[in-house]
Design a binder for this molecule. Structure first.
Ligand code: ARG
Length: 459
């Protein structure tokens, strides 16, 4: 097969080189966007009188046929033709003859590949945004439905203070909300038209880039042709947003794994979202959550990979940049499938509220409430902390809980303690009292959920 760039060559390309340089095996994924971009480009060339209207008509018709052929699996991709751009252009020329040779006017593969990747990422990011919104909605639903469930809150993986399960769940909703807004922001820099920058210098032909931007729904036209063909910031940014999202996935996965263990038993994952063991018949394993945690590694790797490819590259386009695609594709796949699986897993899990509530009661988790009680009695917090510490010590030594102590026992530690102390050491009372903005009281969590739901409705 003749390569479109074969003019100045006398020898055939080595097979090894063909194998080494080809990208068609993975960039065929861009076919839709390559055709969409070419149709817009041909329309512009014709409007500007750069190519005959008749030929533009043939080009567009031919491209639409190729679209159908690829869609229906009737198109043969060829490694000899390197990449998706040359595969489609050669098929067009084979189909319509000379007119097809006019499509690549005022265009280079350098701006073409940047265009395709931007169109692809724009579509994928929009899908990711919708999936993130679904996940947030599931978390908000769960939080709203279980507003009365109290669980132990942890720091250092030790029981710390009782909190509402809803508050804990909403913490993840906030992480995913930040992820969504980060992707949304990245979209602004993805949605810029690079086409018409040509190889690197622009063109002497009278093209209309703003017209093409309008046809393809771009918000802006890139301003510097050199930057346009050498920029992959938008792809790095996408990978970075994805890496951050994976941090959140993996933290949630870790908690789902812990919570479904026999030791915690806060939740039971549904059969549909767990797997069995090939040797131990009794096992139901959280493999899905483990993979979610494990797949974080490849997404970080993808980010590091592209950052490293781009590091130290001179302007403008360099073939190194072909290495951007697999990192991006793999990340898109990983993020989208993980979003789907996590949303399903949350929707189908069973909460074991009794276990959660029992966990809240045990380990002096309202000790801070005693300290804050003493602060309200005008005792400096450090002193209050010391007094409460001694009360806890006394309980530990005597095998008692805070609620078991008599008023005389309490007053032995501080004369400031009155009979009202018992209103502050109960678990529900402790949670209800956390009325500070962003705190875990049912009222504040309800406000939080309302605000969150309203914002979700608005998008
Ligand atoms: N397959 C190439 C890539 O993915 C397209 C651009 C090639 N440009 C070139 N001048 N060789 O980056």
């Amino acid at each position: 097969m003749k390569k479109p760039w074969a003019g100045r060559f006398t020898e055939k390309t080595s097979k090894l080189v063909e194998k080494y340089t080809e990208s068609i095996s993975f960039d065929k994924r861009l076919w839709k966007y390559d055709i969409e971009g070419s149709i817009a480009h041909a329309g512009m060339l014709s409007k500007q009188g750069i190519i005959p209207k008749k030929d533009a008509g043939k080009i567009i018709k031919g491209l639409k046929e190729i679209y159908k052929e690829i869609e229906e699996g009737r198109f043969t991709f060829s490694e000899e033709l390197e990449d998706i751009h040359m595969n489609i252009e050669s098929a067009l020329i084979a189909k319509i003859g000379e007119a097809g040779g006019r499509l690549h006017t005022a265009r280079s593969r350098n701006d073409q590949v940047a265009l395709d990747l931007r169109l692809y990422l724009r579509a994928e990011v929009r899908e990711i945004l919708a999936l993130l919104k679904d996940l947030e909605a599931v978390l908000v639903d769960l939080a709203e439905k279980n507003l009365d469930v109290i669980m132990p809150g942890y720091t250092h993986m030790q029981r710390a203070q009782p909190v509402l399960l809803s508050h804990h769940l909403m913490a993840y909703a906030h992480m995913f909300e930040r992820d969504r807004t980060r992707f949304q922001d990245a979209l602004k820099r993805i949605n810029v038209l690079p086409l018409g920058s040509c190889a690197l210098a622009g063109t002497s032909l009278p093209i209309d880039r703003h017209y093409v931007a309008g046809l393809l729904g771009f918000d802006a036209v890139s301003e510097n042709s050199i930057d346009s063909v050498s920029d992959r910031d938008f792809a790095v940014e996408f990978l970075s947003c994805s890496a951050m999202l994976m941090v959140h996935f993996s933290r949630m996965a870790e908690e789902l794994i812990l919570w479904s263990s026999e030791e915690f038993s806060f939740i039971e994952l549904s059969d549909a979202f767990t797997t069995g063991s090939s040797i131990m018949p009794q096992k139901k394993n959280p493999d899905v959550a483990e993979l979610m945690r494990g797949k974080t590694g490849r997404v970080y790797g993808n980010l590091m990979s592209l950052l490293t490819v781009m590091k130290g590259l001179p302007l403008a386009y360099n073939r190194d940049m072909q290495e951007d695609k697999e990192s991006v594709f793999d990340t898109v796949d990983t993020v989208k499938t993980t979003l789907g699986v996590l949303t399903g897993m949350l929707q189908n899990m069973t909460l074991k509220r009794k276990k959660m509530e029992a966990g809240g009661d045990a380990a002096f988790s309202t000790a801070t409430d005693i300290a804050e009680y003493l602060v309200r009695k005008k005792i400096p917090f450090r002193t209050a902390h010391e007094i409460t510490g001694k009360i806890v010590r006394y309980c530990v030594d005597n095998g008692k809980r805070l609620s078991d102590l008599s008023i005389t026992e309490y007053q032995a530690f501080s004369a400031a303690i009155g009979h009202d102390i018992y209103r502050f050491i109960g678990i529900p009372e402790s949670v209800k009292a956390k009325e500070s903005y962003g705190g875990t009281s049912p009222k504040k969590v309800r406000d939080q959920i309302r605000r969150f739901r309203n914002d979700l409705k608005g998008i």
